[in-house]
Design a protein around this ligand. Structure first.
Ligand SMILES: [Zn+2]
Length: 339
């Protein structure tokens, strides 16, 4: 992970203190495209959902956008054509501000900040979360545990030993249950969620709760009209590489077409769910090309050099709440080391 290395934090702080960082940021030490990726904005305190999905407070996000605006040309999807054609843009250090999934705080908190700072943002929407409101599995597991009147997860086929809740926030229990989810074959995950709904006595998260968590299409239209870019993030958020070609195609085309119907324009970008190196494969690339997706974003860190730009693997840097401003500045100054 990017934000968590002790040595690099020390180096980032040293750079910051010495003033090297601002020097480096101003000097042309590198050329390319740096894409920052966010999920939720705001304060997770008091929320029943997965706290790890929050990327920054509104204040931190505001500072980060100001910084990017000051030191980069912040671009949207439309400007990517110029990069691919190697046509010069105004600057040769470019940044993008992207969001995955479609959480409502993107509209309520991030959009006003981006608009007020005249910065473009790109929002990748998992359309199934909006159209058939349900929480993503990570949020639903957190919701079931935090709303549980029980004091433990008893011994089950998935949890051979009972897991005592670590009150008050139950964060460790949630982490352990999420780790178990990730280890399961795809066809067992639904039974696991039903099992947790039963043993926590919370039931499955109702549609009414889920609907509040996501943006609706009016909000997305308003953001588009306000200068933001919208892209696809599949329908149901699977790891595409784990699916057969036909299912991959349904996920890609289904999400692209839903957004096109709602916005009345062509959608040509997508971010890979989960986004690691193994989250997409050659089949995915071919399907994207064949279905009119021109730009696809991964999520394992790094930046794009303009002379080695791969439109189907545009790397992104995760922004997480424990990312300090010195670290953020260090990523911008030296993405070769820090991203
Ligand atoms: Zn996602």
């Amino acid at each position: 992970m990017i934000a968590r290395m002790g040595k690099r934090e020390l180096l980032a702080q040293a750079l910051d203190k010495s003033g090297c960082n601002s020097l480096l940021t101003r000097a042309s030490t590198w050329h390319g495209l740096l894409v920052m990726n966010y999920h939720r904005i705001g304060d997770p305190a008091g929320s029943s959902f997965d706290w790890d999905i929050w990327s920054a407070s509104a204040e931190a996000f505001d500072r980060q956008v100001r910084f990017l605006k000051q030191h980069f040309e912040v671009i949207g999807i439309d400007e990517l054509s110029s990069i691919a054609a190697q046509r010069p843009l105004r600057g040769d250090r470019l940044a993008m501000i992207t969001f995955d999934d479609g959480y409502r705080d993107n509209y309520e908190l991030a959009f006003p900040i981006l608009k007020s700072l005249n910065a473009k943002g790109v929002f990748f929407i998992a359309t199934g979360f909006l159209d058939n409101p349900h929480m993503a599995w990570w949020d639903e597991i957190a919701w079931m545990v935090r709303n549980s009147p029980a004091s433990q997860i008893p011994s089950t086929e998935w949890t051979p030993q009972a897991i005592e809740f670590d009150d008050p926030d139950r964060q460790d229990t949630i982490h352990r249950l999420l780790t178990i989810y990730k280890s399961l074959p795809g066809d067992e995950t639904a039974a696991y969620l039903d099992g947790l709904a039963a043993v926590t006595q919370s039931g499955r998260c109702p549609q009414s709760v889920a609907a509040e968590a996501w943006m609706n299409w009016d909000m997305i239209r308003e953001m588009r009209a306000g200068g933001m870019s919208i892209g696809a993030h599949t329908v149901s958020h699977p790891i595409l590489a784990n699916l057969e070609a036909a299912s991959q195609e349904r996920e890609i085309v289904g999400s692209k077409q839903r957004i096109e119907v709602e916005l009345g324009e062509t959608i040509d970008s997508l971010s890979y769910p989960v986004g690691g190196r193994n989250a997409f494969n050659e089949t995915t690339r071919e399907l994207l090309k064949g279905n009119g997706i021109r730009w696809a974003f991964s999520y394992y860190g790094g930046y794009s050099r303009l002379d080695e730009f791969d439109p189907y693997d545009i790397p992104r840097v995760p922004v997480e709440t424990d990312l300090s401003m010195p670290q953020f500045r260090a990523i911008a100054a030296l993405p070769q080391i820090f991203s």
